[in-house]
Design a protein around this ligand. Structure first.
Ligand SMILES: [Fe+2]
Ligand SMILES: [Fe+2]
Length: 236
């Protein structure tokens, strides 16, 4: 059986078996914006030991293979099919959550201002930044990048690919910006742990932010490590 090794890229490992995300999230290994890094590069950067992570990944991988879980390896699909999936699964969800959370984040800031103003002011500001970044980013992908990739998928025209390259560089840089905001949000919320005695809305907001973060990790991984890799444009 194939094994996971330290020189594999993080994005490649997630493509081999999606449940590796759990291990990466647990060790805060950034497989989305950092999906082009190898496992050894990522652990060195974080200053953590390689062996426990590697053992855990191989253990999970064995379990994944033996359980015969059905999953779609998007590397074997067309770019157009993957774009449809990203739009239906991730863009629609992100837009809805940003809208819902916008009201809820303001609400908990007002209700819990007396005891938690320091943390909630930071959450409010960071969420606001994330919302602006993502709303613009999703529209840019939908209006500029994705239609060009769909065109290239049909025509394989080199001029189209040259235009795509420029947008991919910009898109990956925007992913990095969103990733930085998410890291900061996780830090100020202590990984979305609500303080003792928090009300239902407070807990709901942190759960929703946590779920949005995990969804964005998968969304960005699919773009950086699968969709853009399909184009073989070599920008790294
Ligand atoms: Fe996207
Ligand atoms: Fe994106």
């Amino acid at each position: 059986m194939n094994k996971i090794n330290q020189n594999q890229k993080l994005g490649e490992i997630v493509s081999m078996f999606p449940s590796s995300e759990k291990t990466f999230n647990k060790y805060k290994i950034d497989y989305c914006c950092g999906g082009h890094d190898t496992l050894v590069e990522a652990v060195n950067e974080l200053g953590i030991s390689l062996q426990p992570v590697l053992n855990e990944l191989n253990h999970e991988y064995e379990h994944f293979i033996s359980s015969h879980v059905e999953f779609k390896d998007w590397r074997n699909e067309t770019a157009t099919a993957l774009i449809d999936h990203i739009l239906d699964t991730h863009h629609d969800y992100t837009k809805k959550e940003l809208k819902d959370l916008d009201l809820l984040v303001s609400k908990i800031l007002k209700v819990h201002f007396e005891h938690h103003s320091e943390e909630l002011l930071k959450v409010h500001r960071l969420f606001g930044l994330l919302k602006i970044e993502l709303e613009e980013h999703l529209i840019k992908e939908e209006e500029n990048l994705f239609p060009l990739i769909e065109e290239y998928d049909m025509t394989k025209d080199q001029t189209t690919l040259d235009k795509i390259k420029k947008f991919v560089i910009e898109t990956e840089s925007e992913h990095d910006t969103a990733g930085d905001i998410l890291r900061e949000l996780a830090k100020v919320t202590h990984d979305y742990q609500t303080p003792r005695g928090a009300c239902t809305t407070f807990k709901l907001v942190y759960t929703k932010l946590d779920t949005l973060e995990k969804d964005l990790f998968r969304h960005i991984y699919l773009e950086n490590s699968v969709l853009f890799e399909m184009l073989q444009i070599n920008i790294h």
